[in-house]
Ligand binder design. Structure first.
Ligand code: HEC
Length: 111
C-alpha cells in the first residue's frame, strides 16, 4: 500500500499520468479488503508493530479498514481531469492510513 500511495503522490506532484491514479487506488482498495485477515487473533509475536489495541478494539480496527476501502474507491472513481478533486481525495486516503497507524501501529522508536 505504501508503494501504491507513493506512486499516486508522485503523479500528483509531477501532474502527469493522472489517468493512471485510478489503478493504484483500486489496488489499495483490494489490499484493504485483505487487511483484516492479515491480523488473526494473537499474532503479536515479535517482530511486529501491531499494537494489542487491534484485538482489544477490533470494531474500530474494522471500521478503519472499511473507511480505507471507501476512500480508495472514491479516489479510483474521481475524474482524472479534475486535479483538485484528485488531490482532495488523495489526502482523504492518506489521512485514513495515518489515522489507523496512529491508533494501531507502534511508533518507530518503540519497535
Ligand atoms: C486498519 C488499519 C490500517 C490502515 C487503514 C492502514 N494501515 Fe498500514 N499498518 C497498519 C498496522 C497495524 C501496521 C503494523 C503491522 C505490523 O507491524 O505487523 C501497518 C504497517 C504499515 C506499513 C509497514 C509495513 C511493514 O512491512 O513493516 C506500511 C508501509 C503501511 N502500513 C502503509 C499503509 C498505507 C499506505 C495505508 C493507506 C493506503 C495504510 N497503511 C493503511 C494498519 C493500517
Amino acid at each position: 500500500m505504501g508503494e501504491r500511495l507513493l506512486a499516486i503522490s508522485k503523479r500528483l506532484r509531477a501532474n502527469t499520468e493522472l489517468n493512471r491514479i485510478a489503478d493504484d487506488a483500486r489496488a489499495i482498495q483490494t489490499l484493504a479488503g485483505k487487511l483484516l485477515s492479515e491480523f488473526p487473533p494473537g499474532s503479536m509475536q515479535s517482530p511486529t508493530a501491531a499494537r494489542p489495541a487491534i484485538w482489544q478494539d477490533w470494531t474500530t480496527f474494522e471500521n478503519n479498514v472499511k473507511k480505507l476501502e471507501e476512500e480508495a474507491e472514491k479516489l479510483a472513481k474521481a475524474n482524472p481531469a479534475d486535479g483538485v478533486a484528485l488531490r482532495t481525495q488523495f489526502r482523504n486516503v492518506a489521512f485514513t492510513c495515518d489515522g489507523c497507524h496512529e491508533k494501531f501501529r507502534m511508533p518507530k522508536d518503540k519497535r
